[in-house]
Design a protein around this ligand. Structure first.
Ligand code: PEP
Ligand code: MN
Length: 339
């Protein structure tokens, strides 16, 4: 249910409505928009509550039921695009934000080299997994805390922000001490205790779409995180989904971008590396995503992909990354974006 306030409703009137929502045991979040302020009501069985309960309050324009199963991520709640400010970086605005780095942090030398090339080419965020969610238990699982410390050092040297994955509720606190953006991987998109734990940190979150998740499921996963945050803090990521076609590792779901934009106010970025399978396909997937209008990209690079501990096949060599970044700069202009 959403309560739309009148254009000139006072703060006291909004607070009175929020108090009523809480008094009847439900959650409330407020979006102060330019046109109007909206209060979203969430909780169990909001459908059983009469809209008149809120309609009678002074300052209320109208009370509407949100028919969609997701609430906080919905455009029905917040009409304007969300921009997430993370230090000097704004995600969801005019800037096209590039995140780049290796799949896994493997050594100090490796992450430092990646950070330097990423920075030199115009990326604003360094990626790198310290805790890796590997499909096989026998694959490299990441360097853990040592990897986090290496990321911290690379941040100190270059000033790049850090995005790194968190794979378990137990390590959320640890990882959030080092990360500027917490990554939830595709395999964990529906790990609800983990989404809760990450939401409670109130840090920015990069939420990757599950291999088989519908857009509704993706947005409900975002709601898990958003419920703890008065300001929206989730960046969605299209990273490819499972289809019968095996020409690539995953089928790039960038064709869902226009629909997803209609459904949600959250920023949306794309990962052209994980669907690609081979690094030679990555630049074209990246260009396509930019042409479609994403707010940013997350890309895997490696100083020596043949020796990578994970995802070497799809990781760009530095020279190819630099060439791609030049083209991205030109393409961004077409969409009115700056890198
Ligand atoms: C990754 O970013 O390296 C990763 C594991 O991504 P995904 O969760 O999209 O597979
Ligand atoms: Mn990877």
């Amino acid at each position: 249910m959403i309560i739309q306030m009148k254009k000139f409703a006072t703060e006291q009137e909004v607070l009175a409505v929020v108090k009523k929502v809480k008094d009847i045991g439900l959650g409330a979040q407020v979006d102060v928009g330019e046109e109007m302020t909206v209060v979203v009501v969430f909780g169990v069985n909001t459908g059983g509550i009469e809209t008149g309960v809120f309609q009678v309050f002074p300052g209320v324009e109208q009370v509407v039921r949100i028919e969609k199963p997701y609430k906080l991520a919905s455009r029905d709640f917040k009409v304007s695009d969300t921009i997430i400010d993370i230090g000097p970086v704004r995600i969801g605005g005019r800037e096209l934000v590039i995140m780049a780095g290796p799949c896994s942090v493997e050594s100090e030398k490796q992450i430092m080299e990646c950070a330097q090339i990423a920075k030199a080419c115009g990326a604003k965020v360094l990626r790198g997994g310290a805790f890796k969610p590997r499909t096989s238990p026998f694959s490299f699982q990441g360097l853990g805390i040592e990897g986090l410390k290496m990321l911290q050092k690379a941040k100190k040297e270059t000033g790049l922000l850090i995005v790194t994955e968190v794979v378990s509720s137990e390590t959320v606190r640890l990882v959030s001490e080092y990360a500027d953006i917490l990554q939830i991987g595709a395999r964990n998109m529906q790990n609800y205790p983990l989404l809760d734990a990450v939401g409670k940190t109130q840090k920015p979150v990069l939420l990757k779409r599950g291999f088989c998740a519908t857009l509704e499921e993706l947005l409900m996963a975002a709601d898990y995180i958003l419920q703890y945050n008065p300001k929206p803090n989730v960046i969605l990521c299209l990273r490819g989904i499972r289809t019968p076609v095996d020409a690539n590792r995953f089928t790039f779901d960038i064709c869902h971008l226009p629909k997803l934009r209609e459904l949600t106010h959250l920023p949306i970025i794309a990962d052209p590396s994980h669907p690609a399978k081979y690094s030679r396909y990555v630049p074209d997937l990246a260009y396509g995503a930019i042409a479609m209008g994403v707010d940013g990209l997350i890309v895997e690079i490696h100083p020596n992909p043949q020796n990578a501990q994970s995802d070497g096949l799809q990781s760009l060599k530095f020279g190819d990354f630099a060439t791609m970044m030049e083209a991205i700069g030109r393409l961004a202009e077409v969409r009115g974006r700056i890198v």
